[in-house]
Design a protein around this ligand. Structure first.
Ligand SMILES: [Zn+2]
Length: 308
């Protein structure tokens, strides 16, 4: 009898763990995107296309639907160069959607001797690993909200990819259903608030953070943006969706006062706190799993600006 009870308990906890995103999985995603072979994933390079195709494959493994047409890869052109954004959907019970995004491009290489590759492990392979991790987590779950998963290109040259995607008329049916967008930007290091903590840009413009914190599991906490003078809310990809009056905030752990790896060649896999990143991904997933169309309807207040 004892043995049977033990077996049931073990099977039970195995089931619980099976839903979680493993640290190995997170490291695998980040180190694939941040590998030297990807040469810094600069917009307009073959390696940038390769990164987009890799993300599309991961979306396919998670059985996501296409946002539009017959591919996850949505082309756009900028200054004569072609590139792709990546977009996938998971249908929920409701048409109302939550969206998760991160940018996958980075700044390429330099001509100096030695390590000349900007791997962009934190910026923003860590954010992409969060988006893919959420797709992994919800693969076999039927949620109330539908879910939109996006990986933006050409952020580093001026938020170009997210602008192109947000203005793509073919995607209006998808975007018109988005109730909130979580833009994940640099989550590889411990925040100034410690582990299992993130900050959110534009916290003063909506009740998004209050609503997330009210449902947060395992001590996960969303803090207000401590770098107010830097106007980060208007400097990241979320802003192209703010223009569409969609609730859209960027979520990050980067300590802007201390980060020496920002746009430096040492932003590679070695600076990634994989335990903390994995914990944050799983805690966001479990928190989001508690959200539904009744308890989560964030709104902007009248302080936000839509054209700037
Ligand atoms: Zn970035």
């Amino acid at each position: 009898m004892k043995k049977i009870i033990f077996f049931i308990l073990a099977a039970n906890s195995l089931f619980t763990f099976a839903q979680e995103v493993s640290k190995e999985r997170v490291i695998n995603i980040v180190s694939t995107l941040a590998s030297d072979e990807m040469k810094g994933r600069k917009f307009g390079t073959p390696e940038n296309d390769k990164a987009a195709e890799y993300i599309a494959q991961e979306f396919k493994k998670n059985n996501l639907d296409y946002c539009f047409g017959d591919s996850y890869l949505i082309p756009f052109e900028y200054k004569g160069q072609k590139g792709y954004n990546v977009c996938g959907i998971k249908k929920g019970k409701s048409e109302q959607s939550l969206a998760y995004s991160a940018h996958f491009d980075h700044i390429g290489t330099n001509n100096k001797e030695g390590d000349n590759i900007y791997n962009g492990a934190d910026d923003d392979a860590s954010g992409v690993s969060t988006v893919i991790g959420l797709a992994d987590y919800f693969k076999d779950k039927k949620t109330d909200f539908s879910m939109v998963f996006m990986a933006f290109n050409a952020e580093e040259i001026g938020l170009v990819g997210s602008k192109a995607l947000s203005e793509n008329q073919s995607l209006n049916p998808v975007f018109s259903n988005i109730k909130a967008l979580f833009n994940f930007e640099m989550l590889a290091t411990e925040s100034q608030f410690g582990k299992n903590a993130v900050f959110m840009t534009g916290d003063e413009f909506s009740d998004f953070d209050e609503l997330i914190n009210a449902s947060a599991v395992n001590g996960l906490k969303v803090y207000p943006d401590p770098y107010q003078g830097q106007h980060l809310f208007y400097r990241s990809d979320n802003v192209n969706f703010v223009k569409k009056k969609i609730i859209a905030h960027s979520i990050s752990t980067v300590d802007m006062n201390k980060a020496s790896h920002y746009h430096a060649v040492n932003d590679d896999i070695n600076i990634v706190d994989a335990d903390n990143l994995t914990n944050i991904i799983n805690n966001f997933a479990k928190t989001i799993n508690k959200l539904n169309t009744k308890n989560f309807q964030p709104k902007y207040n009248d302080k936000v600006k839509y054209d700037f």
